[in-house]
Design a protein around this ligand. Sequence first.
Ligand code: GLA
Length: 386
Amino acid sequence: MHADAARALFRERFSGAPLHDVRAPGRVNLIGEHTDYNEGFVLPCAIDRAVVACAAQAVDGRVVACSRELPEPVEIGLPGLERRGPGWGRYLHGVLAALQEFGAPIGGCRIALASDLPHGAGLASSAALCAALVRLCDALYGLQLDPLSRARLAHRAESHFVGVGCGIMDPWICVFGRRGAALRLDCRSESIEHVALPTTGLALLVVDSGVRHALAEGDYGDRLGECRTALRELQQAGLLPSSAQALRDFDPAALGAAESRLTPRSFRRLRHVLSENERVEAVVAALRRADPAAAGRWLDAGMRSLQADYEVSRPELDALCAIAADLPGVLGSRLTGAGFGGCTLHFVEPAAREGVEAALLAGFAARFGRRPRHWWVESADGAELL
Ligand code: GLA
C-alpha cells in the first residue's frame, strides 16, 4: 500500500500537509495457532498488504481521523477522550487511552488512513491499525518509543481498551516483521527470532473463505475460557502444580496420563496446544533447512489439529484445504488466524502458481457458488515511519 493514498486523503479532508507517514503490515501466521494466549510459540510473517497513515498536529485539542475505506470520520476530544463517529474509532480511542495510561503527552492532531488489508479476514487488520497509530503518535508527540514498547502499547490498546482479549502474536508481528523472514515468538518470554524464508521454492497463497467472524463475538473468548478450564483440571488432578500459569507448562510426554483425567474437550484443547507448539519448532527447523515441502506437511498436520482438537474450522476452510491437498505443487495448507472463518494459507511451489490458483478457485466456486478473493503475499517489514 502506497503512502500517497493516505496523503491524498489528508489534503482532501484537512488543510495543510501531513508531517509524518507510517506503514504497518498485516500478517499471515505460518503455524502456531491459538498458542499465544497459552504462552506458547507462534511463527507469523508480516505481509505486503498494509495500513498506511499520515498525520499532522493540530492546536484545537481534537484528534480527528478519516479513512479512505470508511466514509465517516472519527473525532476524539482531549483530555477525556470522548469519542464520536463510527465503530473503528474504538481502535484510535484504544491507542490514545493506552498512550495516556503510559504517561505520553497527547495533543490534537489530524490523521488520514488508507489500507489494502482486507478487514476482518483474519490477517490482523486491527493489530496493523493499532501498530500504525502507535507508530504515528510516537512520531507526532516525540515519544521515542522502542519497538517493544510500541508492540506492548498496540496490544494494550486492542486487548484492554477495545476489549478483545487477544494474545500478543498480532501486535508483535506488525511491529517486528522483517522482509524475507518469519518471526518465531515465544509468547511467554516475549523473545523473538527471525527465521529466514527460503528464497526459492516457496510461494504463499492466501485465500479468503468469505466467512466473517469478529473476534469479539464469543467463539474466541470461549476457547480462551476452555484453555483456562483445562489448566484448572490439570491442576486439580495433580498433573500440574498450582503455580503453573498456562497449558504451555504441561509436558507433552505426559499427555497419555492426562487423557483419562480430563474432560474430553479439555483433553482435545490441551493436545492441540502442545502439538501445535511442537509444530512451530518443526516448521522453524524445516525452513532453516530450506525444505518447504517438509514445512508444508506440518501445515497439513496443524490443520487436522485445528479441525479435530481445537474445533475452529468451518466447511469453507475445510474445503479450501481439501481441494488444495489434491493439487500438484501444493506443499501444505491450513487455516490461518483465529479460524471460525477468515483465510486459508497454502504453501505452493512457485512453478505451480497459476495452475493451483485456477484449480483451487474453480473447485471452491463449484461447491459454494462464488469465487473467493485471494492474494499471493510476500514477506514485509514491520511498522515503519516512511
Ligand atoms: C487471533 C488473535 C491472536 C491469536 C490468533 C489465533 O488472530 O488476535 O492473538 O490468538 O487469533 O492463533
